[in-house]
Ligand binder design. Structure first.
Ligand SMILES: Nc1ncnc2c1ncn2[C@@H]1O[C@H](COP(=O)(O)OP(=O)(O)OP(=O)(O)O)[C@@H](O)[C@H]1O
Ligand SMILES: [Mg+2]
Length: 1109
């Protein structure tokens, strides 16, 4: 979402006034009060037009966060409350967008916050300018140059724990897009006297303490140093440690920063070696030694320290030792060598230390410049930041040469400030087409002239004195001043020719006073000449040049004998003057931005605002003067658009929207408000307001109107809110009511519905009951009617019945009477005939009826049709006994016939045979019953099928009736042999069972008899006709399982062939003709031990005994 553009103004929520130009009335008191009021509310920044006045808060405020950077980024200067970021942003945008080189001049006394302010400006610019790896590296190098320079150039002083003891001007260079390319740093006037001596409560430069605290043991050994401040004369001990400062950590920060800036390791080491050498120089002490010629001479007390210095710096010890003892003066090709007394030796030592250190510092600055210089040759846009000591005024004429020079610099800065501010004002007036009114202001050019004038300026006088042959002292210099400057308005001296100061006791004799633009400063003349000379004996610079240490060698180029220059080096004063002139030239080409720093108290404490101290600073910074210049013409100016935007609510025509040009709108507005015409002027793009009063009137009106508007808005808003709320409530109420009604109606409907149903059901029930009742009544009526009718009909029927009965009885009676009568009549007539025939007829009829009944009953009682069924119903009447038996017989015959009719011819034959057998053997032979169940098969041996009997079969042509294997009983021993027994129509054949060979053949006519026992055995004998051919071998005695069948078939075949009945003898003893002998075969009841088979045994020649079990 795009950030909402809120139009704000510096004038919003102001504490006091944000811009001193608007202060009414303007005087010192109101100025200080305004500053104090703002300071008490943590508003440390206040504007004087485009100048930022900054009061050191001595505590960290949450006003430098990245969010704040964003707030101030791309905003107009007067849009937000005063801030250093607003100035930085303005300068940066003007540089980037309008191609105007910028300089930011930061001034103020020691501890007022100049260095912090310069860092804030740099960090803001770094935050808002371009990004990217390369750009970031440049930024980092620029920012990291600060810790390095601060370590070497800052020190703890009574006024400031991190006081910059040098002036610094840094040009930051940008490309056309506003991305940083690099920078150039210039340093001014390092306070080198601090190296050898520090005022009470102050310290030497930070780097000495950082080195001794933070260096590793190894590094310290290398540098031949000890971690003990008290070992070094140049280090003041009373405030060696500063509260809240960690020297060791800072040492690491510095080393790191050096690395980032681009120092090589060996370079950093060389630098530290020089620092160590300076420290150790302080430890060289001298003792007096009288020489023969009476001249004082000095001697180094302990040469050990000297030796170490020489080892460290690679200087020949004897050379250095000599340089500390002699001074060679060359004049007109003559070299004169004089000895140095102890005081001179100490002076030489300190001069060497100071020079070594200050030259090292300049080298550092150059080295940093080398690293951070822009790498391209393209045209650069430049932003210069000047952090230089402000006006210094010490009490009790403690101001010396340094203060003089510093104040001169500030005087120059004030001059260019006035020039540039006025120029800017004038330019703006011309731009805006406003008539330029002359501004009366104090021009300090006269003071600058007093100091820098080439012929009779104080610096020129000093140089003249220094160069003058003969005895030159500070007093002679003062005398000279007294002569030359006596009439100058701003120069004051007791001894000047100007008699007005003769009795001024506040002016000591050895002093002179200059009336600077910021106030009068009393300078103590002592030391001016020396400090201006800044003398380093040539012997020492030559000794240094001879050093093996490349860095030290390069620091003293004048020591090179080849480049010996008899001309004196430029004095400190003239050097400074020249560099200030260059600086001023530089600044004049740029658009200036001022930050005036103010120190609120001497205690470095937060929340304390010492009005006297602040008043003093305001005076010498010329801030009131500043305001006056700024509002000489018009106190306030503003572009038409924001002006109209801010005040349009004060006039009906412009509120809420003005359709025309902004300028016309402002005109209408101002006319409407009746602002006197002399109070304002219309520029091209801005309205100029002469007095702050007018602006505040406008502001008051606006405030009033805003309150009214707020009330109005509030009113409308509240009305709207209430109405919205009401409408919402109403809507909700309607919805709720609708829902409730619906619900209530639903409920009511349900109730009515259920009541209706109940009523309905009651009514229906009632109706149904009514109908039921009616129906029941109707039914009962009908039933009653039916019953009555039934009764009636019954009565009628009974009546009729009884009538009919009566009638029938009457008729019957008549018939009976008639029948009786007729009967008696018939009987009377028939009596005679009946008596003769009736008995016989009744008897026949009865018999007939009984027989008829008998037959009908028999029909139902008939037994089954099985011929063997013996049942027969019993006889009912005795007189029917014979009939009954006859009927039984007939029935049996009939059913036998029926049974027989079912037989086939074959079966008939079998039954005939069976019947034959029964006639022959039934009740005669015990074996018979067991044969009844056996079917008579005849051909048990199938000789047709067996190939071994083929011959036998072929021999027989007739039909075979029996083919069976029988046992032929051996006549000799009663044992048996198997023989095939064949019966054909005419013959009886015996054949061997194995071979089928015919053993005997007997024609049936030769068979006379068959004998067998009555017992249950299969023995039988076939008796042959005596004399026949077959009988020659005698009769046959066989045993067979099918005796009954064989005997029957033999009997039948014989009968059919011979028409003679074969004699079958059944007896338990019979004779059998064996050849000539007759043997009796006797059947006896045998024991069971021989099994169930009858056994045959020959008892003797006449007896064959067969035991039948
Ligand atoms: N804006 C600030 N916010 C918080 N503290 C500040 C601010 N400005 C200055 N200080 C505090 O004041 C001290 C002195 O500030 P600084 O070193 O900038 O003074 P200076 O004007 O540079 O002094 P000198 O002339 O001695 O170098 C800082 O160390 C810091 O503690
Ligand atoms: Mg500083």
């Amino acid at each position: 979402m795009a950030k909402m553009e809120v139009k704000t103004s510096l004038l919003d929520n102001m504490i006091g006034v944000g811009d001193m130009v608007l202060l009414e009335p303007l005087n010192e008191e109101t100025f200080i009060n305004n500053l104090k009021k703002r300071f008490d509310h943590n508003e440390i920044y206040t504007y004087i037009g485009s100048v930022v006045v900054s009061v050191n808060p001595y505590r960290s405020l949450p006003i430098y966060s990245p969010e704040k950077v964003e707030d101030y980024r791309n905003r107009n200067f007067y849009e937000l409350s005063p801030h250093i970021f607003a100035l930085s942003d303005e300068a940066y945008r003007s540089l980037r967008d309008q191609d105007k080189d910028q300089c930011i001049l930061i001034t103020g006394e020691s501890g007022a916050g100049k260095t912090e302010a310069s860092k804030l400006v740099m960090s803001y610019v770094a935050a808002v300018c371009g990004k990217g790896a390369e750009v970031n590296q440049v930024k980092e190098q620029l920012l990291q140059s600060n810790p390095v320079l601060e370590a070497f150039g800052n020190a703890k002083t009574v006024r400031n724990d991190n006081s910059s003891r040098f002036g610094k001007y840094m040009d930051i260079e940008f490309d056309f897009k506003g991305d940083p390319l690099g920078g150039v740093i210039s340093n001014y006037l390092l306070e080198k006297s601090r190296v050898v001596k520090q005022p009470r409560g102050e310290r030497n430069f930070h780097v000495f303490y950082q080195l001794l605290s933070g260096a590793s043991e190894e590094l310290l050994n290398k540098l031949k140093l000890e971690r003990d401040f008290s070992r070094y004369n140049y280090l003041s001990l009373d405030s060696a440690r500063v509260n809240g400062v960690d020297d060791a950590a800072n040492f690491r920060t510095v080393r790191n920063a050096m690395q980032i800036v681009g120092f090589m390791d060996h370079e950093a080491e060389s630098v530290l070696e020089v620092v160590a050498a300076v420290l150790k120089l302080g430890n060289i002490e001298f003792k007096p030694e009288s020489r023969v010629n009476g001249l004082d001479e000095s001697k180094i007390k302990d040469k050990n320290e000297l030796k170490e210095i020489c080892e460290l710096t690679g200087i020949d010890q004897s050379v250095l030792e000599r340089a500390f003892s002699f001074r060679t003066v060359e004049a007109k090709q003559e070299k004169v060598s004089t000895t140095l007394n102890v005081a001179q030796a100490y002076y030489a030592r300190d001069a060497l230390a100071k020079n070594l250190y200050s030259r090292l510092f300049s080298w550092l600055v150059n080295r940093i410049n080398e690293s951070i210089k822009a790498q391209t040759k393209v045209r650069k846009k430049v932003m210069g930041v000047l952090d230089i000591y402000g006006f210094e005024i010490f009490e009790n004429a403690d101001n010396s040469f340094e203060q003089f020079i510093i104040n001169y610099c500030n005087e120059k800065l004030q001059q260019i400030f006035i020039e540039l501010t006025l120029k800017e004002e004038q330019e703006e007036y011309i731009r805006e087409d406003i008539e330029w009114t002359h501004i009366d202001y104090f021009n300090n050019a006269i003071i600058c002239d007093l100091i820098e004038n080439n012929t009779n300026g104080i610096l020129a006088m000093l140089d003249e004195e220094c160069l003058r042959p003969g005895t030159v002292t500070d007093e002679t210099f003062l005398e000279k001043l007294n002569q030359v400057c006596a009439t100058h308005q701003h120069f004051e001296s007791r001894m000047s020719k100007c008699s007005r100061f003769l009795n001024d006791t506040s002016l000591p004799h050895s002093c002179f006073r200059i009336q600077h633009y910021a106030g009068k400063v009393l300078y103590q003349v002592e030391g001016f000449v020396d400090k201006n000379n800044d003398l380093l004996y040539r012997d020492l610079s030559q000794a240094m040049w001879k050093a093996g240490h490349t860095l030290i060698k390069s620091l003293f180029p004048e020591g090179n004998p080849a480049k010996i220059n008899l001309k004196r080096p430029p004095t400190a004063g003239s050097q400074f003057k020249a560099s200030v002139a260059t600086l001023m030239k530089n600044l004049q080409t740029k658009n200036p931005n001022y930050i005036r720093c103010i120190k609120p108290n001497d205690k470095k404490a937060a929340h304390i605002f010492n009005e006297a101290l602040v008043c003093h600073q305001i005076r010498y910074l010329g801030l009131l003067e500043n305001v006056r210049v700024r509002r000489a013409g018009y106190a306030f100016r503003q572009a038409y658009e924001p002006c109209l935007e801010r005040y349009k609510m004060l006039c009906k025509q412009t509120w809420p929207h003005w359709k025309g040009l902004a300028r016309a709108g402002v005109e209408v507005l101002f006319n409407e408000l009746e602002i006197p015409v002399e109070e304002y002027s219309f520029g091209r793009s801005k309205i100029f307001i002469r007095n702050p009063r007018t602006l505040f009137k406008l502001e008051d009106l606006r405030k009033q109107r805003l309150e009214d508007l707020a009330t109005l808005i509030q009113k409308i808003y509240r009305g709207w809110k209430c109405r919205t709320h009401f409408l919402l409530m109403r809507k909700s109420q309607i919805v709720i009511a609708a829902w409730y009604r619906r619900y209530a109606q639903q409920k009511r409907y349900q109730q009515i519905k259920s009541s209706a149903l109940v009523i309905q059901s009651y009514i229906r029930g009632w109706k149904a009951r009514k109908i039921l009742r009616e129906l029941k009544h109707q039914k009962r009526c009908e039933e009653a009617a039916t019953t009555i009718a039934a009764y009636w009909h019954g009565t009628q029927a009974r009546r009729e019945l009884s009538r009919l009965k009566e009638e029938a009885r009457n008729k019957h009676a008549i018939a009976v009477i008639w029948a009786y009568w007729l009967g008696s009549k018939v009987r009377r007539e028939y009596r005679k005939f009946f008596r003769a025939n009736a008995g016989k007829k009744i008897y026949e009829f009865t018999i007939q009826r009984i027989v008829q009944k008998y037959f009908l009953e028999m029909k139902t009682k008939m037994p089954s049709l099985s011929p063997i069924d013996k049942n027969w119903p019993s006889r009912p009447y005795l007189f029917l006994d014979s009939t009954h038996k006859e009927l039984k017989r007939i029935f049996h015959l009939w059913r036998c016939k029926k049974y027989r009719d079912q037989f086939t011819d074959q079966k008939k034959l079998i039954y005939e045979e069976k019947l034959e057998a029964s006639e022959l053997f039934k009740d005669k032979k015990a074996l018979y019953p067991s044969s009844v169940g056996q079917p008579f098969q005849g051909a048990y041996l199938e000789i047709n099928k067996n190939p071994k009997y083929k011959k036998l079969k072929d021999a027989i042509e007739e039909k075979i009736i029996i083919a069976e294997v029988v046992n032929k009983i051996n006549r000799a021993n009663g044992k048996s042999t198997s023989r095939i027994f064949l019966l054909t129509n005419n013959n009886l054949l015996l054949a061997d069972q194995k071979s089928g060979q015919i053993k005997s053949e007997v024609p049936l006519v030769d068979v006379t008899k068959v004998s067998m026992s009555s017992q249950n055995d299969g023995f039988f004998a076939i008796h042959l006709k005596e004399g026949s051919e077959a009988a020659s071998k005698g009769d046959f005695l066989f045993s067979s399982d099918h005796l009954i069948e064989m005997a029957t078939k033999l009997y039948r075949t014989t009968l059919s062939q011979t028409q003679q009945k074969l004699n079958i003898e059944i007896s338990d003893e019979f004779l059998v003709q064996f050849r000539q002998d007759k043997v009796c075969v006797k059947f006896i009841q045998g024991s069971q031990k021989n099994g169930s088979v009858p056994t045959c045994k020959r008892k003797n020649n006449r007896l064959l005994e067969v035991a039948v079990p």
